[in-house]
Ligand binder design. Sequence first.
Ligand code: ADP
Ligand code: ADP
Ligand code: ZN
Length: 216
Amino acid sequence: MNIIFMGPPGAGKGTQAERIVDEFKVPHISTGDAFRLAMKQGTPLGVEAKKYVDQGLLVPDEITIGIVRERLSQPDCDTGFLLDGFPRTISQAEALDQIASELNKKIDHVINLSVDRNLLLARLTGRRICKSCGATYHILFNPPAQELVCDKCSGELYQRSDDTEEKVGTRLDEYINKTAPLLEYYRNQGILREVNGEQEINTVTAQISSLLRGLA
Ligand code: ADP
Ligand code: ADP
Ligand code: ZN
């Protein structure tokens, strides 16, 4: 099963992806995670991506598309994949259709998580991530059992440098201008499904899971 998770920054894509890949046994492909890893390692890709990520701007399409093309060609994607945070522009979506057709694949489901802008701001500024395993928490909405310690691996939690109020504003504008138009693109293809991302984490997971199983 080939799945895309869409939604503004903070909608819950990463949180839901962690759970859905456990259930459906497909690789979780996050372009944001790929950029952060490259930035941490200081690779040429990371150095280039940092110029944009640090400002809350989208990384140019050529760079982003190249990463996804390479990743989707790996053998573990043969039985399916979950794309989280890609595509984010119309040209990325067109490139994805092209890549999929070259690889004899098709996108089965696009799940859009919708959340009001004010709530997104609260979610992003309170987000904390595990340094070791990447698990996502929230200081109020989804706190770990012990402050700043990951429940899963005891790793240390940190705040992303782009999760500040100032950068969040830019990221939400990028979403509205460049990514939101994609909803129409997938609605026209008849594969877009809407999920209310303001519900409890478990409720959202249950609804996505039913949609993917063809039960809703
Ligand atoms: P995205 O990947 O779409 O940017 P995340 O999954 O990282 O979003 O979630 C953003 C923040 O909101 C995180 O701190 C996460 O713990 C929290 N969060 C995610 N889903 C919910 C939810 N349904 N209710 C409350 N908080 C949530
Ligand atoms: P969020 O959790 O806010 O949805 P991500 O972790 O998915 O954020 O992405 C973090 C940053 O990485 C983005 O602000 C952007 O700079 C870059 N990025 C991630 N995915 C893409 C993409 N598909 N196209 C361009 N830039 C991207
Ligand atoms: Zn962890």
